[in-house]
Each structure stands twice: as structure tokens, then as C-alpha cells.
Ligand binder design. Sequence first.
Ligand code: FMN
Length: 237
Amino acid sequence: MDTVISQPAPDKLQVLPHTQYVTPDHLTPETAPASPLDQFKTWFKEAVEGGVVAEPEAMSLSTATPSGIPSARIVLFKQLDSHGFVFYTNYTSRKSRELLSNPNAALVFYWREVHRSVRVLGRVERLTPEENDQYFQSRPLGSQVGAWASKQSKVIGEGDLAARFKKVEERFGVREEGELLEGRIPTPDFWGGWRVVPNEVEFWCGKPSRLHDRIRYLRVNGSSEDTPQWKIERLSP
Ligand SMILES: Cc1cc2nc3c(=O)[nH]c(=O)nc-3n(C[C@H](O)[C@H](O)[C@H](O)COP(=O)(O)O)c2cc1C
């Protein structure tokens, strides 16, 4: 159902009516795969291959200062490996500064068109320079220049970014046609990936009357890093 708003008073907005979330899924702890990464792979592939979910790789990333003040933003999920979920960013940004001082993060995917959501909580680790290099070099040239030009999260003046972009193009010899004169743009050491290694993963899917399915995986304390054991439980919606 389409979202409708009413304005009962000049200073008040209200959202109507209530959307119904309904999926044919039936998640149970008994039939769920032993690893949440396998369940994620299944849902992510379905979100991509179903062709109806807009930008399934967009996810919210929450970080917090050491004293627990949270902040959240959208980033793009780029890789899943046997350890966790990878996104790329500037290592001097606000999110990275928070992760450096408090290496805990939360992710939320919301695939509205299929009424599914995935929530991931865990600790983070930086990717290696080799991993960063491999990914950075696969990016379009404009994005490589953009990464060098942006002092992400810093206050800047009008036009500063365009000027810095142009300077970086000159520095690395980018021609007007968007090609390099020679060589390659080096991978900045202030830019790269973070991996969120999950301790907890929840799968949510919509059901009528708000009786949604919620299945939570909790990593068993002391189980191995490479092949963790997971406890799987149903949560009340
Ligand atoms: C759809 C979408 C995708 C984005 N993807 C990324 C991303 O992959 N990496 C990133 O650093 N910022 C990305 N951003 C920008 C962030 O939301 C945010 O503005 C930026 O990272 C600065 O956040 P910070 O100041 O909290 O560090 C994206 C924004 C949107 C709306």
C-alpha cells in the first residue's frame, strides 16, 4: 500500500495507513542452515536475482564512540567471505575514527520489496593493504580520483571538492577523455575496507498482523574463528 501522510496540525506529520508485510517464507531454527552466512547468501542472491529489490547492497552501518554515542549512515556491502561482511570507505572518516576507537558495528539490510531484513552485529577489522589495492584498482577511474579528492567527513567550502578533483586528475595525468596518460592511480593508504565479523545475525521476514518471523544466530563463545558454532533461536516479533 502506498504511504500517505496527514497533517493534523501545522507542526505535526502523521504516516498512514499501516503497511502490511507478508512473505511466503517460514523460517525455523530447526530448518535454518547451521551458518548465518549461508542463510545470508541465499537471501542476498534472491534479492539480487529476483530483480525487484532496488539496491540490495545498500545497508545501514552503525558505529559508536568509546562512550557509546551512536551514529549511522548508509554504505554499500561489497563482499562476503568466510569471516564476514566487507564495505569500503575513507579511513579518516567519522565512521572509521569511531571504528578505530571502538571496533564494534551493526549493519541492517532492508529489502522492502520482498519484506525481508537482515541485522548483523559484530566486531570489525581492517582489510589488508593487498586486499584494498585489489578492490581499489577494480573501481572506475572517476571513483579512484574521487577517493583521493574527498577528505570524507571534513567541513569544506563551496567548490572545494571540484577543485581538489581537478588537482588530483592533473597530479595523476588523467586526460579529458577520462583516461590515464600512463600507469595507474595508486591506492590511497587512507582508503580501504572494513570487515564486520558477526557475533549475532538476525533474519526477519514479514507476516500478517505483525506476527513476523525473527530467527537469531548467536556465535557460541569459544568456538573457532574459522568454523564458528552458532546457536539459533526464534525471537518474538
Ligand atoms: C546509497 C548510498 C551508498 C553509499 N555508499 C557508501 C560507501 O560504500 N562508502 C562510504 O564511505 N560512504 C557511502 N555512502 C555515504 C555515507 O552514507 C556517508 O555519507 C559517508 O560515508 C560519510 O559518513 P561518516 O561521516 O559518518 O563517516 C553512501 C551513501 C548512500 C546514500
